[in-house]
Design a protein around this ligand. Structure first.
Ligand code: BES
Ligand code: MN
Ligand code: ZN
Length: 492
């Protein structure tokens, strides 16, 4: 999709399949001009009560005179001077859905006096671009009659073509693209999206962008590195594990990278601690952390951010078999710490701990892991907030702010020492489960033992990575949060 910027001098001269006017019943300059050009159509619609300007309400005029646009779409922005982020998203979603149905090729969007609390105009453009692109996502791969693609190719947003505005739009486009990359990988079934498939997708990314280099460690290499914990998860599967490293160099060679580590369990049966059958299909989404790393790396490369980023994906399939790890088995992680595996369904932390130790090799400026780690996180926070943990409170605060800015919100959870003893084991340095209380916290405690040497945060995305009710599908979260974080770290 192409998005261009144009300052709006005279709306009647804008040629397009649809002119969108976001307004309420009190006209500013834009709505006034459209009203005049259409000989009072807008005022008439308001007078008759056809358009009340409620937030997210839509009124489409398929035929309109006095404009060079073929159609006119009114979107309500509510009566307040300054609206909330939530209302802004609501009206954008309404606009995009209506445009989608019309099957036009292009559209022109005008905001009449629109202000959003605490947001600069450039941020609104960025959000608009992101949502426009993200709405183009269609899952097609395994459908013999896929839903038709969106016809919308070109959108003009009202705004002066300044460097800041252009950058905002381009970043929004890249974020939307990254979100869609993450959604696609998440939605693909476990028999297609295997650890090796993820490795091949990463290699494709490396071919697409000059600044991206990809390397893949196979099981033999992981064995040599001592990744006994990660390998204990893939032991029962016919699909070999992969540790995928996607390195983006946009900064200077010596600049310390920011590292993202994704949980890439391409299917989680629970292993010998087998999960119950209901909804087990949803465990194809257990690689959504990895998908968000791929999506973010894609976005960062697309934006050409001026910094170094390393994405590490711990990819494995968790299956029961004669070779599978059993409850009570003890493994040695790459860090040298031993782990008593009391439940083979707590496998995410087992692959992540070795990937987190490996992350230390890059002398990282920061490390963020992203994982559909615990059902307990869904109990605690539901499907809205990401569970956020960190070994440095100011880092947690920083990421919380990024989530807020990106409309991809996280909530800071406790990582107090008092919880650590729940992981005590008589037979190993630690157990891989911490009992029935505070399951999301003890999972984070487990990971923290492998992240002592760097600035680290953990995002438990179990509740937010896919929609569990309504129409099932990956959300692409938290690509937005991660992009905003990395954008804030880049100098350009
Ligand atoms: N992938 C699951 C967590 C999960 C479950 C995410 C449902 C989203 C929806 C993870 O591997 C898991 O099975 N965790 C266990 C841990 C327990 C055995 C300590 C859980 O949450 O039940
Ligand atoms: Mn599990
Ligand atoms: Zn899992």
């Amino acid at each position: 999709m192409q998005i261009s910027l144009k300052p709006c001098k005279d709306p009647s001269t804008l040629a397009s399949d649809c002119l969108v006017v976001v307004c309420n019943t009190h006209f500013g300059d834009v709505a006034k001009a459209v009203d005049q050009a259409t000989e009072g159509t807008l005022s008439a619609l308001i007078e008759r009560g056809d358009f009340k300007g409620k937030v997210g309400s839509t009124l489409l005029l398929p035929v309109v005179t006095g404009l060079r646009a073929k159609r006119l779409l009114l979107i309500g922005r509510g009566s307040k001077d300054s609206i909330s982020d939530a209302d802004f998203d609501k009206l954008l979603t309404a606009m995009i859905n209506t445009l989608d149905k019309q099957q036009g090729k292009d559209a022109c969007v005008l905001f009449d006096n629109l202000q959003v609390e605490g947001r600069k105009p450039a941020q609104l453009l960025q959000r608009c671009a992101q949502l426009l692109v993200a709405a183009q996502y269609r899952y097609t791969e395994t459908l013999s009659k896929p839903k038709p693609a969106s016809t919308l190719r070109q959108v003009t947003l009202q705004g002066s073509n300044t460097e800041a505005n252009r950058q905002a739009v381009d970043r929004g486009l890249a974020e939307g693209l990254g979100v869609n990359v993450a959604k696609r990988l998440g939605d693909l079934p476990g028999n297609i999206c295997t650890p090796d498939f993820l490795a091949k997708e990463a290699r494709k990314l490396g071919r697409k962008y000059e600044a991206v280099k990809v390397s893949v460690l196979d099981e033999k290499k992981m064995q040599q590195l001592g990744m006994g914990s990660l390998l204990s998860v893939s032991a029962g599967s016919d699909q070999p594990a992969r540790l995928i490293v996607v390195a983006y160099q946009g900064g200077k060679k010596g600049d310390q990278p920011h590292v993202l580590v994704g949980k890439g369990i391409t299917f989680d049966t629970g292993g010998i601690s087998l999960k119950p059958g209901a909804k087990m299909d949803e465990m194809k989404y257990d690689m959504c952390g990895a998908a968000s790393v791929m999506g973010t790396m894609n976005a960062v490369a697309e934006m050409g951010l001026n910094l170094n980023v390393v994405g590490i994906i711990a990819a494995a399939e968790n299956m029961p078999s004669g070779r599978a790890t059993k409850p009570g088995d003890i493994v040695t992680s790459m860090s040298g710490q031993t782990i008593e595996i009391l439940n083979t369904d707590a496998e995410g932390r087992l692959v992540l701990c070795d990937a987190l130790t490996y992350a230390g090799r890059f002398k990282p400026a920061s490390v963020i892991d992203i994982a559909t780690l615990t059902g307990a996180c869904i109990v605690a926070l539901g499907s809205k907030a990401i569970g956020l943990y960190s070994n440095q409170d100011d880092f947690a605060q920083e990421l919380r702010d990024c989530g807020e800015a990106a409309r991809d919100r996280a909530w800071h959870m406790p990582l107090w020492d008092e919880y650590q003893s729940q992981l005590d084991s008589n037979f190993a340095d630690m157990a891989n489960i911490g009992g029935p209380e505070a399951g999301s916290v003890t999972a984070a405690c487990f990971l923290s033992r492998f992240c002592k040497d760097y600035r680290w945060a953990h995002l438990d995305i179990a509740g937010v990575a896919w929609r569990m009710s309504g129409s099932k599908g990956a959300t692409g979260r938290p690509v937005g949060l991660l992009c905003h974080y990395l954008e804030s770290k880049a100098a350009n």
